[in-house]
Design a protein around this ligand. Structure first.
Ligand code: HEM
Length: 418
């Protein structure tokens, strides 16, 4: 088969079965066209979808590929990104997201935030993270039927990041609903209509009001939290603007929320499908860090990340012109047999090898250590607090999203044992 015979590839419009298991689709492309070109069809730049581990690493570790479509196209007057100009609050927030910055702006802000997400800071947070997990699991454990996403996987990371930022736990429902609405503008879900942008703009305005108030409170009354640190942080030598602080807070909430939710929910699904692994982990909690790493490889919570070609370059056999969009499929790279033997097998004893669930290069996940701690602590709490986690019926409904990938609902009938 040649790449010309492959169906059109897009991150939108997948059917539910393929969303739940995209790996056979990726395998087909990886074997035939590890770098696959799709014409835009609308006169815009072509997109190159990158499926193999080797080429995904090349894209993420190479400065020829950056974050700004305006830089890539060489048109300094072009508006960066797809967000319409009238969505002002949204453009301001997303314009301050680390993940969309190039150096040198990225380097400065990242080095300031790194300190707050270091292994020693996260180690200090672990007891509180455990307490939050245990409280949620205790509530969940009293139910015969429960949606694991709503009851645990979604609130848990929001509670952790709220704690870190120093914002009240009682605001978590509101924060979560707004974070989800804002994601409408930054994922494949989004681009399905102008309504997505309107909802995201409304959420952005609410976030702006909320975090401006939190900043004002701390200006007169410094606290021991990340928000206070952001007020002291500098961007290019000057203190961060209020918009910079608001944007960073929202970035941490959104980047650290749905990703971790998806990791936890998909890890539970994987454990239910592999009862021997579930039993092994219950008996040997010291295996949990390696297991969390394998869950990230086996079913990546973020399936794809986007870059723009800043110069003409070569990826695989494809010549990639400057200005092209390049989509690196982390989920596919993590199942590449050239890197991971028997990639479709869940094996928590795999030698630690560089899975790409947290990305790579300068944008490697800022919250990776925190997310690993949340996964280890959250999954241990579930395994030990819910005896029926591995049994009973389940109803799974995946979100219609091939970037932030995972179930929107995971309803379990919790039996008494296993
Ligand atoms: C970046 C995945 C949790 C904050 C990234 C990237 C990936 C990722 C793939 C790279 C994006 C790119 O290259 O375009 C994940 C996964 C998580 C997780 C799978 C959970 C399982 C978190 C948490 C936080 C966080 C808990 C913080 C509270 C960030 C930030 C960036 C980022 C700020 C941008 C870093 C930069 O541009 O320098 N994450 N993430 N993430 N993540 Fe995470």
């Amino acid at each position: 088969m040649s790449s010309a015979t492959l169906p059109r590839f897009d991150l939108k419009g997948w059917d539910k079965t393929d969303i739940a298991n995209p790996y056979p689709v990726y395998q087909r492309y990886r074997e035939v066209a590890p770098v696959h070109r799709e014409a835009s069809g609308t006169g815009g730049p072509d997109t190159f979808f990158v499926f193999s581990y080797e080429e995904v690493v090349r894209v993420l570790s190479n400065r020829l590929f950056g974050r700004d479509s305006a830089v890539a196209s060489g048109d300094a007057t072009a508006v960066s990104g797809p967000i319409p100009a009238e969505q002002q609050a949204l453009r301001s927030i997303i314009g301050n997201w680390l993940v969309f910055m190039d150096p040198p702006r990225h380097t400065e802000l990242r080095s300031q935030l790194n300190a707050e997400f270091s292994p020693s800071v996260v180690a200090g947070l672990r007891p509180r993270i455990r307490q939050l997990a245990d409280e949620l699991v205790a509530r969940l454990g009293q139910r015969r039927q429960a949606d694991l996403v709503e009851g645990f996987a979604a609130p848990f990371p929001i509670l952790v990041i709220s704690e870190l930022l120093g914002i009240p736990a009682e605001d978590q429902e509101w924060l979560r609903a707004n974070a989800v609405a804002l994601q409408e503008a930054s994922t494949t879900r989004a681009r399905q209509g102008a309504n997505g942008y309107a909802r995201a703009e409304a959420a952005a305005q609410e976030f702006t009001r909320y975090f401006r108030r939190e900043v004002d409170q701390r200006r007169g009354d410094a606290r021991e939290d990340l928000l206070t640190l952001l007020i002291r942080a500098r961007d290019g030598g000057a203190p961060l603007s209020v918009d910079g602080i608001v944007g960073t807070c929202v970035h941490l909430l959104t980047a650290g929320h749905e990703t971790t939710t998806n990791l936890l929910a998909k890890a539970v699904l994987a454990l239910r499908a592999h009862p021997l692994v579930l039993d092994e982990l219950r008996g040997a909690p010291e295996l949990m860090p390696a297991a969390a790493e394998e869950f990230l490889r086996y079913d990546a919570p973020v399936q794809a990340v986007t870059r723009w070609a800043y110069q003409d370059s070569l990826l695989g056999d494809c010549e990639v012109p400057r200005g092209s969009r390049v989509v690196a499929l982390l989920g596919s790279a993590n199942r590449d047999p050239a890197r991971f033997p028997q990639p479709d097998v869940l094996d928590i004893h795999r030698p630690a090898d560089r899975q790409l669930g947290f990305g790579l290069g300068i944008h490697y996940c800022l919250g990776a250590t925190l997310a690993r701690a949340e996964a280890e602590i959250g999954l241990s709490a579930l395994l030990h607090g819910i005896p029926g986690l591995g049994g009973g019926d389940q109803q799974v409904e995946y979100a219609d999203d091939m970037v932030f990938h995972g179930p929107a609902r995971l309803v379990l009938t919790l039996s008494d044992r296993t």
